[in-house]
Structure formats: C-alpha cells, structure tokens
Design a protein around this ligand. Structure first.
Ligand SMILES: Cc1ncc(COP(=O)(O)O)c(C=O)c1O
Length: 490
C-alpha cells in the first residue's frame, strides 16, 4: 500500500488499472463541453423533477463513458469509483462477458411478455435456487420482479398471504426502498413524513451498531444485550408483542440486512443473527433477508447470510444480479411459503418482471460468479482495503471507525475527538471528490464516494470486486489527499 504513485509511468498505470485511460483535450474542446453542460444543467433544472437524489450534489456531474473501476466525464477526466452504483456494478463497468450477454439477447429475444416462458428465466431461477440450497440446505422457488423495492413489496405480499399479518419488524437504520410499502419498513421517517398515514408501519428495533451502541454497552461484555431487549418483548402479554394464549406474535416477518447498507455498512457482532433467528423461529415470525445491496459476493460470499448460521425464510435480491444492466430483482422463498397452492398464478406481477434481457444478463452474472474465485479474492482484497483504511485512520484522527466484510467497507468521519459525527466533513469529501481536482502519478483524477449512516457521516465503500491492487493503492492516495484538503477547509 506504500505510495509508489510518483514513480509509476502512465503506461504502467494504464496496464495495472484496466479501463483507465488518460486522454487530453484542447482547451477549446473542453470549453465547448463546459458550455454544453451548463446549457443541459439549465434545461435539467426546468424539465427534470428534483425528487430523485441528483441534487444531493452541489453541481451534479455529467458522465459520458465508463470502464472497469472508472467513470469519465465529457472532458475525458477519469474518476475512480469506490461505490459502483450503490453496489449494483460488482463486476466492474462495461464488463465484457456481461455486456456481450446483453448484446446476444438483444439479437435473439429482446422482448417477450412475461406470461410466456423463455429458457434463461428458468435457468437463472435454477441457479439461484441451487445456490441457496447449497448454502442453507433449504428447497425453495424464485419469483422475479424489476427493482429492489418491488421485490420487497412481493416479500411483503408473500408474508401477508402466509401469516395473515400486515405488521412487520425491521431495524433502525434499515433501508428497503422508497415505494410506499418499502417505506413502511424503512426506518427513516423522512421518507414517510409527507405521504400520509402508514398504518402498517414496521416496529423498528435498534441494530447492533457497536461503535455507537444505542444501549451504551461494550461489545466485549454486553452479552448481546440488544437481542435480550427484543426477547424481552415476548416475555408476557404486557410487553406487547406476544399473546401467550394463542401463542401468536403481532408481527408477520422481521426484515433484516446482514450488513446494514444505506445505514452505514454496519457489521453486527458474532452470534447476533443466530440468536435473533432462533427467536423468530420460536415466535413464528418469518425471517426475511434483504440481500439487495450485500448479495452477489459484496461481502466475500455469494449471500451475506452465509456469514451467519441462520437460514432465512425469504431472501430478496436485485442490484448486482445484472451488474447494473437491464434491471432484475426477485425473491426466493421456502417451498412451504411459495408453493403454487400458497402463492398461485397472478399473486403478483409486473409487465417487465422477468424481462428476457435481465434474465440473460443475470444468468451470465451467475456463471461469471460460479467460474471465478470470488470467495478467495474478495476477502483478500477486502483485507488489503481495510488495512488501507486503518492506515488512513492512523494519520487522520477524524476517522472514528473503520470496518469491513469482504469489499463492503466503512469509514466513519468524525470531529477531532474521533467520535462526534461530522456530516460536514463527509459531505465535503463527497463534493470535492466529484470536483475531480485530485491527482495520482501527476494525472488529474476524481473520486466517486457515497455517504451513508445514521448521521450521514459514513463513507460507505463498495468498490468493484474486480478492483486491482494498484487501484486500491490509488484509492489510498486519493482519500488521503481528499481528507487532508477537506480538513483544511473545515
Ligand atoms: C438493502 C436494500 N433494500 C432495498 C433497496 C431498494 O432497491 P431499489 O433501489 O432497487 O428499489 C436498496 C437500495 O439501495 C437496498 O440497499
């Protein structure tokens, strides 16, 4: 990780960073692009809703091309991407095998109504079902949809159908999407405040976020006090979640993320989910594992749930299944919950649910994952990246916490005391990275970061699983520059 940035030639750098190109433009060409972008920004501010997240940035960037770990703007300036579309592009931008699968399907069967079958749908479902059977020993079926929140909606319907209950348990800091039903199990009131009554709003319980333990305990001695607090709710009828007479809980399912994504890549302590899963089983509450952000080897295993000995009843996936190409999401559920007599024809449907482009791409992604060595390479790279973060933490006391599981990594930005959350510093890093005035080996570079966490002060890092060691060294130097310059401005 020691910086060799000053001695590396541009040619070597381009070799060690697949997809990296340094192309120069004349000042006149660049000025023309700037003018075009200004005109487009003025137009965007009139014709595009600001309801999405584009305007989180002070001046939204336009990008033109992408390859490997890099995005390029109209000035051909490279930006190292350390968040890869919120973990949707695990296999790198413009991945040839995955892109070719899309191109082949466009030439073969680009469109087909979902009421008819095509072979890729069945083959992909088979791969997903088998991967879960191999890991957890449970039989089940897959139901496809388009976006993550839609799959979450399907999981909610399946729960209601099987349990008759519309109340759910979920975590503080959990994020499951922004449709109305997904918002009802997502903890942020911000996403519900202006959208009416949420009578079926989940009951949110604290996540085991040990750096900022909600119970002010220490993980070495707490004996999982946070699970004990959940268990307590079932002690007798007056703790409110359990009727000892009917032996029924008030809730149909518990929606979990094994590593909290948008909540700040928070990794729970060992034994936590095993104990929670046991509790859910005893109380007849379905355990629903949202793998939308952490699935497909982000954490070093195909499914993040493989890190814990606690099989889920339902799993939800999306994002990286198609490496960010034609969207496809879905749920897997145990046979007894999703068998045709339980979840019959028409139970849920979207025009684009098992679109043939998405299934062909998803099938290729699964083949790439099966043929690759990600179970070894991702933890190895994750360890190297975590050491980089630890090194940065030694230099910058504003980094209060670093942690990682595979290539899901976190860096928590704080005040000088190393604990008080500094949203200002994290925001500044996000903005300055996008301005693209950093440098590596004498070349101008930008940095794409994502900020999450309860206090919006956590840099959540989700680099490409194909990231090279040179690119990680580059990340070290760029983050170091960025933190140093932002600290001066604070
Ligand atoms: C864990 C989790 N669940 C659900 C969603 C919603 O997925 P989508 O944005 O595709 O609707 C996300 C998106 O970030 C997520 O991270």
């Amino acid at each position: 990780m020691s910086s060799k940035a000053n001695t590396v030639s541009v040619a070597d750098l381009e070799k060690e960073c697949p997809g990296l190109k340094f192309e120069k433009m004349t000042e006149a060409e660049s000025a023309k692009i700037t003018k075009q972008e200004e005109d487009l920004l003025a137009l965007e501010s009139k014709v595009c809703s600001h309801g999405d997240t584009v305007h989180y940035a002070e001046r939204p960037n336009f990008f033109e091309t992408c390859e490997g770990s890099f995005l390029y703007d109209g000035h051909k300036q490279p930006f190292l991407d350390l968040q890869m579309w919120y973990s949707a592009v695990n296999l790198g931008y413009a991945n040839k095998r995955v892109n070719d699968a899309l191109k082949n399907q466009i030439d073969k069967l680009p469109q087909l109504a979902c009421q008819y079958l095509h072979k890729e749908k069945v083959q992909l479902a088979d791969k997903l079902v088998n991967s879960i059977k191999r890991s957890f020993g449970v039989d089940g079926r897959v139901h496809f949809n388009v976006g993550g929140a839609q799959a979450v909606e399907d999981a909610l319907k399946l729960t209601r159908k099987n349990t008759g209950k519309s109340r759910m348990l979920a975590f503080e800091g959990g994020y499951h999407g922004r449709t109305l039903a997904a918002s009802s199990i997502t903890s942020s009131y911000r996403y519900r405040e202006h959208y009416g009554e949420f009578g079926d709003r989940a009951e949110f319980v604290p996540f085991p976020y040990c750096f900022r333990c909600p119970y002010e305990k220490k993980v070495e001695s707490c004996e999982l006090y946070c699970v004990q607090q959940i268990e307590r709710k079932f002690d007798h009828e007056y703790t409110s979640w359990w009727n000892p007479k009917t032996k029924k809980a008030e809730f149909g399912a518990f929606f979990i993320e094994v590593v909290q994504g948008t909540g700040g890549y928070v990794i729970p302590p060992k034994g936590y989910f095993e104990r929670l899963a046991k509790l859910c089983k005893e109380r007849g509450i379905l355990l629903i594992d949202d793998e939308i952000q952490m699935g497909f080897y982000r954490t070093g295993k195909l499914w993040a749930m493989e890190h814990v000995d606690a099989p889920a009843d339902v799993m939800v996936f999306g994002k990286a299944l198609t490496n960010g190409l034609n969207p496809l999401s879905g749920i897997w559920a145990k046979e007894e919950l999703i068998s045709p007599d339980k979840f019959g024809p028409g139970s849920t449907h979207s025009t684009f649910s098992s679109n043939s482009l998405g299934t062909a791409v998803g099938l290729e992604v699964m083949r790439v994952l099966e043929e690759g060595d990600y179970a070894r390479s991702v933890p190895e790279k994750g360890k190297y990246f975590l050491d980089i973060l630890k090194d940065l933490q030694k230099k910058h006391k504003e980094i209060g916490d670093v942690d990682g599981l595979g290539l899901a990594l976190r860096m928590e930005m704080c005040e000088k005391d190393g604990f008080t959350a500094s949203r200002r510093l994290a925001d500044m890093m996000f903005q300055r990275g996008l301005e693209g005035n950093l440098s590596y080996a004498g070349q101008k570079m930008g940095l794409i970061l994502d900020i999450g966490g309860y206090f919006k002060n956590v840099v959540t890092l989700a680099p490409s699983l194909e990231i090279t060691y040179r690119e990680m060294d580059m990340a070290h130097d760029l983050l170091d520059q960025l933190i140093s310059s932002c600290k001066k401005e604070l």
